[in-house]
Design a binder for this molecule. Structure first.
Ligand code: FES
Length: 133
């Protein structure tokens, strides 16, 4: 496996990941991992009026995982929580102009972490609402 197996889009996001880093004041944090390879991803979101206003990520993984995570953050930024929740591994792969077949599973990390981050936000939000009553 070398970089020639990847599309220009994958290489671009791998070499220059967008929205990289943790977020200390995140409203929701989602983690996902692949038990087969040991790679894992954290997605951090800030939410404003049910829309994702900021997003960042930290990933430990292969080039496809880095690129998938990076483009996932671009795909969900500015989206409503409901729309972001629907993001799929196929959409992430398509946005990267494809991944080699044996790397398709790497795009699953992003979709799963987004759902977990939104679930985390909703759980916190419900807890905060309950505490106010
Ligand atoms: Fe593990 Fe890519 S090989 S996420």
């Amino acid at each position: 496996m070398n970089l020639n197996d990847y599309t220009d889009n994958v290489i671009d996001h791998f070499m220059s990941p967008r929205n990289l880093g943790s977020m200390v004041d995140a409203d929701g944090i989602g983690t996902s991992g692949d038990p087969d390879c040991g790679d894992y991803l954290h997605i951090y979101i800030k939410v404003n009026e049910n829309y994702i206003s900021e997003v960042s990520f930290l990933v430990f993984g292969c080039a496809a995982a880095v690129a998938s995570s990076s483009i996932t953050t671009e795909l969900i930024k500015g989206k409503s929580l409901d729309n972001a929740y629907k993001i799929t591994a196929e959409e992430i792969t398509a946005a990267l102009s494809g991944l080699p077949d044996f790397k398709l599973h790497c795009s699953v990390l992003g979709a799963a972490a987004v759902k977990n981050a939104i679930d985390d936000f909703r759980k916190r939000h419900l807890a905060a609402s309950a505490a106010e009553q």
